[in-house]
Every structure is written in C-alpha cells, then in structure tokens.
Write a protein that binds this ligand. Structure first.
Ligand code: NAP
Length: 281
C-alpha cells in the first residue's frame, strides 16, 4: 500500500511555488499578495490563519491578516472587502470561515471580486468550474486532486465515488474528477447502500465528518482512497476512513493527519499566485 504523504507533497509544491514567485518578482518587480480577514477568536480559525500566514511568507508572498473582534458589524467587513478588491497589491482575499451568526456568509463571499477569490467559493467561480472554464478551485479538493494525480496520472474512465456533497469539498471535487473523464458517483446522507457504491470505486474520496465511516470491506483492491475528514475523538484526531482496515486493501491511502490537510494550505498559495498571474494579462 502506498501511504500518500501529504506533508511531503505540500513541501514539494511550496518549493515549486517559491521558485515561481521569484520568477514573477523578476518579471513584474512585484509579488503576489494574500490578505486574510479573520473575525473573532475561535482557536481553530486562529491556528489555520497563523499557518496560512507562515506558509505564504515562506514562499515569498506578501501576506497580511486583518483581524476583527466577534462583534464587528457586517458592513465594516463588506467595506473592507470593497477596499481590498481595488487594491492592486492584493491578489487574493480570503475570509476565514466560520463567521459569527450576525454576518451573512453569502453576502461576504459574493462581495469578494471573483478574480481575487482564492477560496473559489464565489458563485462565478463555482459556475466557471462546472462549465470547465478557468477559475479558482476550492483549496481542499484541489489538494486532493493533486494527490490523486501523483498516484494515477491518467484518470480516464476511472470510477470515482465522492462521499459528501458539500460546496466546500464534495461538489467541486466531482467537477475536477469529471474534467479528468472519471465516471463519478456523488453520495450523501440519503444514499441507500454506501458500501455497495464504494465497492465499485477505483477512487474514493471521503469528506463527511464521521469518524472511520469507510471500513476495510468497503474497498476493493487497487482503490485509491483520499480521506478529507478531520474528527476529534477520545483517541485523538481520526479521518472518515478506518485507516488500519482500509490500508490492508487500498492501493494508496492518505493518513489523517498528514494527508490532505497540508495540501489545503499549499493550494491556497497556488491559487493566490494564479490570481496574480491572471491579473497581469
Ligand atoms: P459538511 O458540509 O458537513 O458535509 C458533509 C457531507 O457528508 C454532506 O454532504 C452529508 O450529506 C454527507 N454525509 C453525512 N452523513 C453521511 C453518511 N452517513 N453517509 C454518506 N454521506 C454522509 O462537511 P465538509 O465541510 O465537506 O467537511 C467534511 C469533513 O472534512 C469534516 O470532517 C471536516 O472537518 C473535514 N475537512 C477537512 C479539510 C482539510 O483540509 N483536510 C478541509 C475542510 C473540511 P447531506 O448533504 O445529505 O447532509
């Protein structure tokens, strides 16, 4: 079984991006800039944002974090986004989710200029992705896609089963797989026989949020299994896939932690650089 090392893949991607930033600096005499808006003091969000900032600086991006207290008014955030939309030094804008209840997530996402939407959540980018046009792609599915391609460069005709249909993971992931000519089955909480669906799959991506849902006897030999789940349990952090059981059958499997997670941030940096390059044309 191939243990898909997301930490190593992310480090390789960051090294490539660092080189690219150096070249862009030589060509344009400026570097891509990433601005993150962080509202409130939720610990996981603080940790994510700190890691994003650290990684952005490591590859040579201009990185800025704008912090607001939980009580910030929605209009203050929307006005700041408007400012950032026209700031030429800002290539990418990310508003860290979740937001406090009094702030409308949809309004915030739609306020971001789609050409600076490094999370790929703006409806324009969602539409572009599903139409097969150039767009920012949500970072976690993009990371999963790059990991799958490392194991299997040619996905033509492969059967893929996506477990979960969220806007964040499931839906964009299926678009990426369709583009690669996979036959994709999208499953969710109302799917009748998930095990039977999984047993048909050459590729399984689990983005559910249920600890160790995917069991060893759900996976046929030679399946690539990507575990997006991050679940806190009494035994520590586990994924949506039963690692010990599935590793006995799968061709390749991502661990949790150390699989998809590190790729998510590296893909955010990649998206920022792509936004910068598109803005120079
Ligand atoms: P989400 O929005 O809660 O969506 C979960 C999906 O799973 C839904 O589509 C739901 O179906 C489906 N589901 C629930 N129970 C199911 C079942 N028994 N069988 C099949 N499908 C079922 O979750 P998300 O935001 O996509 O996140 C999923 C997981 O990924 C979480 O553990 C999260 O922490 C993790 N995550 C990791 C990263 C990373 O960087 N590694 C990034 C983001 C998220 P319905 O649509 O029918 O409700």
């Amino acid at each position: 079984m191939i243990l898909i090392d997301g930490k190593k893949a992310a480090a390789e991607l960051r090294a490539e991006l660092k080189q690219e930033v150096t070249e862009l600096k030589g060509k344009y005499n400026k570097v891509p800039g990433l601005t993150v808006i962080l509202i409130g003091d939720l610990t996981p969000s603080q940790i994510y944002v700190r890691n994003k900032e650290k990684s952005a600086t490591e590859v040579g991006l201009k990185s800025e974090v704008i912090r607001y207290p939980d009580s910030v008014e929605e209009k203050t955030v929307l006005e700041k986004i408007k400012e950032l939309n026209i700031d030429e030094t800002v290539s990418g804008i990310l508003v860290q989710l979740p937001l406090p209840k009094h702030i409308d997530k949809k309004k915030v996402i739609e306020a971001i200029d789609p050409s600076k939407d490094v999370d790929g959540f703006h409806p324009m980018n969602v539409g572009n992705l599903s139409s097969g046009y150039e767009s920012s792609v949500p970072c976690t599915p993009l990371g999963c896609y790059l990991l799958i391609k490392k194991i299997e460069p040619n996905l033509n005709g492969k059967k893929a089963v996506m477990i979960g249909r969220s806007n964040l993971n499931g839906k964009p992931m299926t678009q990426l797989l369709l583009k690669e000519n996979c036959t994709v089955t999208i499953t969710h909480s109302k799917t009748k026989d998930l095990k039977a669906e999984c047993l048909e799959a050459d590729i399984i991506i689990a983005a559910v949020g249920i600890p160790e849902l995917v069991r060893g006897d759900w996976v046929k030999k030679d399946t690539i299994v990507i575990d997006v789940g991050i679940n806190k349990t009494d035994n520590g952090i586990v994924g949506d896939v039963h690692f010990d059981e599935v590793s006995k059958n799968a061709k390749a499997l991502t661990p949790v932690p150390g699989g998809v997670g590190p790729m998510t941030i590296a893909c955010l940096l990649k998206n920022t650089i792509e936004c910068f390059k598109r803005s120079q044309i």
